[in-house]
Design a binder for this molecule. Structure first.
Ligand SMILES: CC(C)(COP(=O)(O)OP(=O)(O)OC[C@H]1O[C@@H](n2cnc3c(N)ncnc32)[C@H](O)[C@@H]1OP(=O)(O)O)[C@@H](O)C(=O)NCCC(=O)NCCS
Length: 211
């Protein structure tokens, strides 16, 4: 059975959670096919530097095909969340996704972005917690991330700190995060525990319905 946007109720509710972070009341939910405008507006609210950090190059707009690719996903091998500010008419403030690596079903590439005026307030942490919880329930144990050497917030978020492998010629380093070993530390956050519970419940519904 599908609901609005053609999503099943399990996907609609998958990790959908309200959280309060740094005084912001936020709604975290899976992306929907109808989120193309939300994504385009969010992209418009990112600085050139943030876009370059996210896409590792100069990207001036999201094309219709990129928007389709980002929003019309299967929620199994490609999963994405949006974070909305409940106090400002549901502005999209954070976006993140993982895409399972072909031939490596236990690993996925992760990428995320927070619009500039909301950065440094814990929203990146919300996105990574939500994606980690969902990934673990989907049998994914590692996130592979490509990040520029100077991207200290992203390196802190994924637990690589100032260490990690040497960067390539473009100053991008690619490393793998073991989600199981980070799980215990993340469990200290009630928000992460809520995501874990919601993701486990959604996964059990999918198993029960054969999805
Ligand atoms: C990377 C990004 C998603 C982080 O989001 P955020 O909401 O600012 O992150 P948070 O506020 O949750 O902070 C995450 C960590 O970075 C640290 N941090 C924040 N700003 C920092 C800075 N200027 N220097 C060093 N560390 C910083 C925080 O202390 C926190 O560390 P902790 O987990 O050890 O507590 C955001 O900066 C962004 O969208 N950047 C542009 C796009 C991008 O770089 N995407 C990642 C590549 S795919």
């Amino acid at each position: 059975m599908t609901g609005r946007d053609g999503l099943t109720p399990e996907i609609e509710s998958d990790i959908t959670t309200e959280v309060t972070v740094a005084g912001l009341r936020l709604l975290v939910r899976p992306i929907r096919p109808t989120d193309k405008e939300l994504l385009q507006t969010g992209f418009g609210a990112m600085s050139a530097e943030s876009r370059a950090q996210r896409f590792h190059g100069s990207v001036s707009q999201l094309s219709p095909s990129t928007l389709r690719y980002f929003t019309e996903i299967d929620y199994v091998n490609h999963f994405a969340v949006v974070v909305l500010d409940l106090e400002t008419d549901l502005t999209g403030v954070g976006f993140g996704r993982y895409i399972r690596i072909r031939d490596r079903p236990d690993a996925a590439e992760i990428a995320l972005a927070v619009i500039d005026c909301y950065q440094g307030r814990g929203i990146g942490t919300v996105v990574v917690d939500a994606l980690t919880a969902t990934a673990l329930s989907a049998g994914i144990d590692s996130f592979v991330v490509s990040v520029r050497l100077d991207n200290l917030p992203m390196r802190a978020l994924l637990g690589v700190g100032t260490g990690g492998p040497p960067p390539d010629n473009a100053g991008v380093l690619t490393y793998e995060c073991d989600l199981r070993s980070q799980d215990a530390a993340r469990q200290s956050r009630p928000m992460y525990r809520a995501f874990r519970g919601a993701a486990a419940e959604a996964a059990s519904h999918r198993t029960a319905s054969g999805g």
